[in-house]
Design a protein around this ligand. Structure first.
Ligand code: IPE
Ligand code: MG
Length: 235
């Protein structure tokens, strides 16, 4: 969810106002995802690198996470959404950890949709912590396989993402879902996150629907009958 700062600067507002606008942008995107049949959404809210921001900005973001989780949990729960916070939560304040645990507890048995919120998330840290956990459980690391690692990640039990959307134009992965994004389709838009609404997410989903996903294999050719109906050569 990149571009909050630039959105604010263009309006001569403090960066924190951009983050608040960023929070307001979440709901329409979630609703559009739901209508489109996308039932697992991960929001990259704060990375392990974001602690290097000015202290007051970090504090404001943490405050905003707590407030937002608290104010949204009931409605998300009513809509059957399971909330999961992914990331190293041990570095969060006890207050925020409590709010996170509470929201997760309330929504734990919901099955309509999953909302992952990545807070203090880093893909590298996630992989290291997964392997440490496996080692601590006494798993023979010489026998380690991909399935074992997947099951020890914060996203255990969830499928890998099909689509990763990056707002505000940066062509970087920025330590996001490194393991899980192996075959994700990437979509980058110049739209700043606070301006990224229903139209933008639908454009991203439409672009995704036209991608040919090969997963490293040779694509299957369309059957001849289909080629004829389309009336165009398929190369
Ligand atoms: C939001 O956008 C990302 C968060 C860490 C919440 P930025 O704050 O990175 O916005 P820009 O890059 O300065 O525009
Ligand atoms: Mg940024």
């Amino acid at each position: 969810m990149d571009g909050n700062g630039r959105w604010a600067r263009r309006r001569h507002l403090p960066r924190v106002a951009g983050h608040r606008a960023g929070v307001r942008a979440i709901r329409p995107v979630m609703e559009a995802c739901d209508r489109a049949g996308v039932h697992i959404l991960t929001l990259y809210a704060f990375s392990t690198e974001n602690w290097s921001r000015p202290r007051h900005e970090v504090a404001a973001l943490m405050q905003l996470f707590g407030e937002t989780i608290e104010s949204e949990v009931d409605e998300l729960h009513a809509n059957g959404v399971q909330i999961r916070v992914i990331g190293d939560r041990t570095q969060l304040s006890e207050r925020l950890q409590r709010k996170v645990a509470e929201a997760e507890g309330i929504t734990a048995r919901n099955t309509s949709a999953v909302l992952n919120v990545a807070i203090n998330y880093g893909g590298r840290r996630e992989i290291v912590s997964a392997i440490r956990e496996l080692a601590a459980r006494g798993v023979d690391l010489a026998q380690l396989d991909e399935e074992m690692v997947s099951r020890a990640l914060y996203t255990a039990g969830l499928p890998d993402p099909d689509l990763i959307v990056r707002t505000a134009g940066e062509m970087r992965v920025s330590n996001f879902l490194l393991w899980q994004s192996a075959y994700a389709e990437l979509y980058v838009t110049d739209t700043l996150w606070p301006d990224f609404g229903e139209t933008s997410i639908n454009e991203a989903l439409h672009a995704f629907s036209r991608r040919e996903r090969k997963f490293g294999a040779v694509p299957e050719r369309a059957p001849a009958a289909v080629i004829e109906t389309l009336g165009s050569p398929v190369g």
